[in-house]
Design a protein around this ligand. Sequence first.
Ligand SMILES: [Zn+2]
Length: 308
Amino acid sequence: MTMNGLLHDPDFFSRHNRTQHPENANRLSLLGDLAFGEPVEHRPATDEELLAVHTTGHLHTVASSCRNGGGFLDPDTYCCPESETVARAASGGLVDLCFGVLAGTFANGLALIRPPGHHATCDQAMGFCLYNHIAVAAAALKTRGVSRVCIVDFDVHHGNGTQDIFYEDDSVLYMSSHQYPHYPGTGSVAEIGRGKGAGFTLNHHLEAGSGDDELLTGYRDHLLPRLVDFEPGFILVSAGFDGHADDPLAGLNTTTAGYRKLVDLLIQKAGRLCEGKIVFVLEGGYYPRALADCLGETMRSLKDGSSE
Ligand SMILES: [Zn+2]
């Protein structure tokens, strides 16, 4: 049986930390010892890998801010002296995890990386995000001959950065479910892509207060049929669990069981469409107990998915 791949190094990723900020190292403190997966080493993403989705100016901004002792890159987004090293290693490790799944070394994968990435645009850090790891991974997969990558983003916030980066690209289908209206303000259903990318961005709104039924119905009726039509060669998931009822940063009422059902659905689709090639990438999730429970369910689902 092929193993699951796991990118997880709490001591290392904790070097990017700021207490009194919701995106802190304590988020993953309740995970405990993980009996899951074969470890994947993080390694620095190369400039070439980062520049496939970011500008040179953005790399310089992040690096120089860290060299100068850190601070805030926007009102929400901090960096500390080691943040560039940590974020770069998160992207590089994720690329290797994805290549491992592509090669069949791993059945599927989970990346427990920080800081998150989906709000980072080509030239701006924002929303706690410095580099857009999932976008870096999608671009890297394309260099290995994957002609169609689908990014499914179920974080409660719209992944404006990822959408932006692939907005005119028909080789990456970006689909997002998110609370709307809410931070960062983008992600209306009218945003569908541009040029040859028209039709390759798909946004689904969830009203404040909505729960599992609205979330799962949105996927079954609206998002997943498009995913099937697209026939992806690889599925990447921006897995944010900040829509959980206990999470302090948003207003959805998704339960741990609801997230498990959604994760199951995505893994089933990957099994049917692309030989199970799916990698879940941690984005948000700011209540440690709920995050640990949801990630535990995700690991169980990935294990079940790889033994089918
Ligand atoms: Zn979020």
